[in-house]
Design a protein around this ligand. Sequence first.
Ligand code: SF4
Length: 298
Amino acid sequence: MILGIAAGNEQISTKFSPRGLCAHARYTWECLTNCHAAVQVCSYNALMTTPASAQRAQALFDELLADPGYASGERRFPRRLSRDEAADLAQGLAEQVDRGCQARSEVARKQSLPIVCSVGCNGCCEELVMVYQPEAVAVTRWLMRPENHAARDAFLGAYAAWKAAAGNAAAQMADCTAKGDNAAYMKLHIAQWQKRLMCAFNQGGTCSIYPVRPIACRNAHAVETAAFCNGANDGSRPAQRLEFAPLDDYVNSAKKALRAAHNSLGEPRNRPAALCEAVFNQLRTLLDAAKKRARRAE
Ligand code: SF4
């Protein structure tokens, strides 16, 4: 493994050899680690001892990635997913990403390149977080639990101001994603970030949906300093990013699985949405339906 600061840019990289994956399952973080580290004993058999829920998530992950057309939207997935299946997938992938992030932190610490993200440091929450529906459904499901009503009420209270300030940036960014125009997407993303609009889930400096936050929020990290993480950055000097090939590859696969799951929910093809907006719309539908049921029962 080689780690060093590449000349001419601010990126710090780790390189594992060989890259490339075996034909076995790739759902678990460890499986990818072993492939990248060229460990001789494959961990595939370990999956057989995982709980049934993890095995279901594993099977769905494999199904969704079996044909690249499901994620690109060129092929229709053979069945429509339930919203619970999609949410379970999102949560399962998030747990794997957390494990990968821990491993990345350990590698960085050993190389004296500490990841400095900590409680209360929330500059990255000024970025507009775009998600596919499975991640939004996972957040909505969590917020609908009675024990999380305070977080739900705080979000609903903050949403109107957030939406007024956000304008239609999310719709424009979704158009870019659906068309595959990454350059235009990044331009809009940076312009939006520089508005310094705090995520409506951020309450008093901390994330109110921390256990179910999307992968984009879990994978964000600052190396050495967080000074470049907020929207005050003019974009000329990006925040330092630690490349960690096993995790980067895993996150790419997870994003493809989430997009395939989004398409198979019958959502607009390849079109993400702002996390806040998607969750607000889902909550409104569920809460309106609950009110109607209560009125009918009276
Ligand atoms: S979901 Fe949480 S971590 Fe992600 S941007 Fe919003 S407040 Fe920050």
